[in-house]
Ligand binder design. Structure first.
Ligand code: HEM
Length: 424
């Protein structure tokens, strides 16, 4: 079942033990040894089928045709940051991506960011807070914003046509401090400290070449809190992710997520476009609205997650159903009726809840959805969908989009190569 929670951090090995074992016979030994099956994380069916296999001890391979962290089943936490380049040298940028690739490959394998020098007179290479921790399915995903192609590096001619500047959508209140950036780094893991550690150490490596522009953390309920693996709920209390496309099927992922060799430009083949929207929820207003208003807003029942008038979460929406008065059972301006796009336009959603303390101006919680989605061409997928939602979605009464970014997530790198090598 697609939405089974990947309870893959259920490992019995410490990172050090796994690495020792890996050192003896390689990870294949751990995977292959029948007597050691109980050491393996219990991957869900979708994980087994997904293009990004989960190896022992919560390790998701960094190298591959595609970057991990896109169709990878979601981890519990995200720590995401966007960087602005301070260098104007393309050679520096190339070196940065080479260093980041090496660091990301080590970190996702559960190692420190670099070898230690052993000198007590130098700062440690690694900041240390993930010492002894499992990698917890850590993934690190890199993307380029449109400003990356603004001419500083002689790459303006290489900007993908699909990497547009997102239009202003109805009732957007986008703030610069939560938006854009030359490079985005999405870090996900089943542990918040492992995720933070990775972003922090990548920022250290960038010193002198790039600075952080924004950072946003997010969460969902953990595998420990919900071993059943049911669909997570957002901060409005509704199951969120039910009708996501089944991207464990490569044909579906190729259609919806991955840029194809026939798409322009060639250097993006195997990559994907990521949209980030920081969406503030007016949860105090939401909490005062009646249950039937809430359910009509989404077009689904709150408890079961089923489409209105149905009982099972994964039942078809059947938007043409009418009630006794001839009105649609699922209101035409409900969130799912609109986002369904007649079944013709789809995106892969991979968002997290966020909570950033108190909004001092209003005395209300600053909380909502760190909406993230991946699509093959945002001009045909995210943009028309959001244009429709922004104009009439019943949900708009309760939300405001306050941060925004569109990024070209590079294809994956093979061992010996580096993220970005198809472009540079
Ligand atoms: C705070 C903002 C949002 C909340 C709370 C929210 C919540 C939900 C919920 C509860 C569902 C129903 C369950 C499911 O199928 O996952 C849903 C479906 C969906 N949402 Fe959202 N959503 C938000 C924003 C967006 C945005 C910005 C987009 C894209 C532009 C979007 C696209 C979709 C799509 C494509 C579906 C599935 C529709 C279908 O059944 O075919 N959502 N959302």
């Amino acid at each position: 079942m697609e939405n089974k929670h990947p309870a893959s951090d259920n490992t019995k090995l410490t990172r050090r033990e796994a690495l020792k074992l890996a050192g003896v016979g390689g990870l294949g030994l751990i995977l292959g040894a029948t007597g050691m099956k109980s050491l393996l994380p219990s991957a869900s069916t979708s994980e087994k089928a997904a293009a990004t296999p989960v190896l022992a001890d919560g390790i998701i391979p960094f190298y591959g045709k595609h970057q991990a962290g896109i169709i990878t089943p979601m981890q519990d936490f995200i720590c995401m940051g966007a960087f602005d380049l301070t260098t104007t040298s393309l050679d520096d940028v190339r070196k940065l991506f080479q260093s980041w690739t090496a660091a990301a490959a080590r970190l996702t394998a559960g190692q420190t960011v670099d070898e230690e020098s052993g000198s007590p007179h130098l700062p440690p290479a690694d900041t240390g807070e993930s010492a002894g921790l499992n990698p917890m399915r850590l993934t690190i995903t890199f993307g380029l914003g449109s400003s990356f192609f603004d001419g500083r590096f002689g790459l303006a001619g290489k900007r993908p046509a699909a990497l547009v500047d997102l239009p202003r959508f109805n009732s957007d209140e986008i703030r610069k401090e939560w938006s854009d950036g030359d490079i985005v780094v999405q870090v996900c893991a089943n542990d918040p400290q492992v995720a933070f550690h990775a972003l922090r150490n990548l920022a250290r490596i960038a010193r002198g070449k790039a600075v952080l522009h924004w950072v946003q953390e997010g969460f969902q309920r953990t595998g420990a809190a919900d071993p059943s693996g049911s669909t997570p709920r957002n901060l409005m209390g509704f199951k969120d992710g039910t009708n996501n496309p089944q991207v464990s099927d490569p044909a579906v992922a190729n259609e919806i997520v991955w840029v194809q060799p026939s798409d322009e430009p060639a250097w993006m083949a195997g990559g994907s476009y990521m949209v980030m929207r920081r969406i503030r929820m007016r949860i105090e207003v939401w909490d005062r609205s009646a249950l039937d208003d809430q359910e009509n807003t989404f077009g689904r029942h709150r408890d079961s997650g089923a489409p209105l008038g149905k009982t099972n979460e994964f039942d078809d929406l059947e938007l043409d159903r009418k009630d006794a008065n001839g009105n649609p059972v699922i209101p035409a301006n409900s969130h799912v009726a609109l986002a369904h796009m007649d079944g013709k336009v789809k995106i892969l959603r991979r968002g997290y809840s966020y909570s950033s303390g108190l909004d001092a101006r209003t005395g209300q919680l600053d909380a909502g959805l760190l909406f993230i989605c991946f699509n093959r061409d945002p001009r045909k997928q995210f943009i028309p969908m959001q244009q429709k939602l922004a104009s009439v979605d019943l949900l708009n009464e309760y939300i405001t989009h306050v941060g925004s970014g569109l990024y070209a997530c590079l294809p994956g790198a093979s061992e010996g190569g580096y993220i970005g090598d198809t472009l540079f």
